[in-house]
Design a protein around this ligand. Structure first.
Ligand code: ATP
Ligand code: MG
Ligand code: MG
Length: 351
């Protein structure tokens, strides 16, 4: 069989390697940390930085196709690889999702609404933007943020209330987003095959706690029209990017049922982990099918369910969860349960 290259060796890389193995593929991961979650299941690992050109050349030689588990793969690395091996999702998807201003401009450009936003490059910019947004907004780094890191919330900032925040956040490019008073948050995990075929799982309803995903519940409490518009938006994004693979699209649902896209993730997504327990074909298998040029599998769901993350010492719940017959447990093999660290997740089937 052939070999699939995966950039990034965290839990998502690990679960992709497991799905690839089930379909008969070998995997090689590129990951600087030797003792990473994916190292326990991949066939081999290149221990090097994601932008190491010798390592990238080795990855290209070893792989029939290359994919990645996180959106901060350097675009230059993806473009370098793409000269000698197919890379999916395409580098353009990285470019768009790595910068929150580029991402929102792209979405608005294809007719998909987002929160109102302003690029912030100085404390003066921030004061003016907060003024325009009535003193409320979420200030975020444009790049590299995840799990709510690099964010600051303003609720009723006086005109000078944000003084110094640009500097305090490291004088890096920022974005101010208007604060969205959403009813709920949902996400759609969708896929596009190499032949252009489209598929989407049912939207999940997501609850975050301290900026980190806490739970995903399926079905979401939304109308059929809202579910349909979310899926249509995800498909429009896939087509606009000439995408191949699985994508995660996060939405805010407004009180009137209409949607704003919060962000997109060009990879398998934490809010799609429930698919391994409640669907015959998980998001991980779907991604491998898509990038390998196999037919997409069914996204049908056989059970209602709730997925919960096990963060930090919550992993101690594993033993009691194992005693529950309707619970599917998944641990990532991480030795140290540091606070805020995703250690595993479980899905409780509701039937
Ligand atoms: P991840 O990539 O891990 O999902 P992130 O660091 O990219 O997280 P966001 O998804 O931008 O962060 O924000 C995290 C959470 O903060 C959102 O899911 C939502 O609950 C809240 N949030 C973010 N932006 C806004 C906004 N403009 N208005 C209201 N709430 C927001
Ligand atoms: Mg994000
Ligand atoms: Mg998010």
């Amino acid at each position: 069989g052939s070999t699939i290259g995966i950039i990034g060796g965290g839990q998502l890389g690990r679960m992709l390697a497991m799905a690839a193995a089930r379909l008969g593929y070998r995997t090689v991961i590129l990951e600087p940390q030797a003792d990473c979650p994916a190292s326990q299941v991949a066939n081999s690992q290149i221990v090097a930085a994601y932008d190491d050109s010798a390592a990238l050349a080795e990855l290209a030689r070893a792989s029939a196709v290359v994919t990645y588990e996180f959106e901060n793969v350097p675009v230059s690395a993806a473009e370098f690889l793409a000269r000698s091996v197919p890379v999916f999702p395409p580098a353009r998807a990285l470019e768009v999702s790595q910068d929150r201003v580029v991402e929102k401009s792209f979405l608005n450009g294809i007719g998909i609404p987002t929160a109102d936003f302003r690029a912030i490059d100085s404390d003066e910019d921030l004061g003016a933007a907060l003024d325009a947004f009535g003193g409320a907004g979420v200030l975020k780094t444009r790049r590299m943020g995840y799990d709510g890191k690099g964010q600051r919330l303003f609720r009723n900032a006086a005109p000078d209330g944000a003084n110094g925040s640009y500097t305090a956040m490291g004088s890096v490019p920022l974005i101010l987003e208007a604060f969205v008073s959403f009813d709920r948050e949902i996400s759609v995990i969708a896929a596009r095959g190499r032949d252009g075929a489209l598929s989407a799982y049912d939207p999940a309803e997501n609850v975050h706690s301290s900026g980190i995903l806490h739970s995903s519940t399926v079905p979401a409490t939304i109308s059929p029209q809202t579910a349909r518009s979310a899926t249509e938006a995800a498909f429009a994004i896939l087509e606009a990017l000439d995408y191949v693979g699985v994508i995660g699209v996060e939405f805010f649902v407004l009180p009137n049922g209409s949607l704003l896209v919060n962000e997109i993730a060009p990879r398998v997504h934490n809010s799609g982990h429930w698919t391994e327990a409640a669907c015959a074909n998980s998001q991980f298998e779907q991604h491998i099918r898509a990038i390998a040029g196999l037919p997409l599998g069914s996204a049908a769901r056989h059970s209602d369910c709730v997925m919960e993350n096990l963060i930090g010492d919550e992993v101690e719940r594993a033993e009691s969860l194992l005693a529950e017959p309707e619970v599917v447990l998944h641990l990532y093999g991480k030795a140290e349960a540091r606070p805020g660290r995703k250690m595993g997740h479980f899905t409780r089937l509701m039937r």
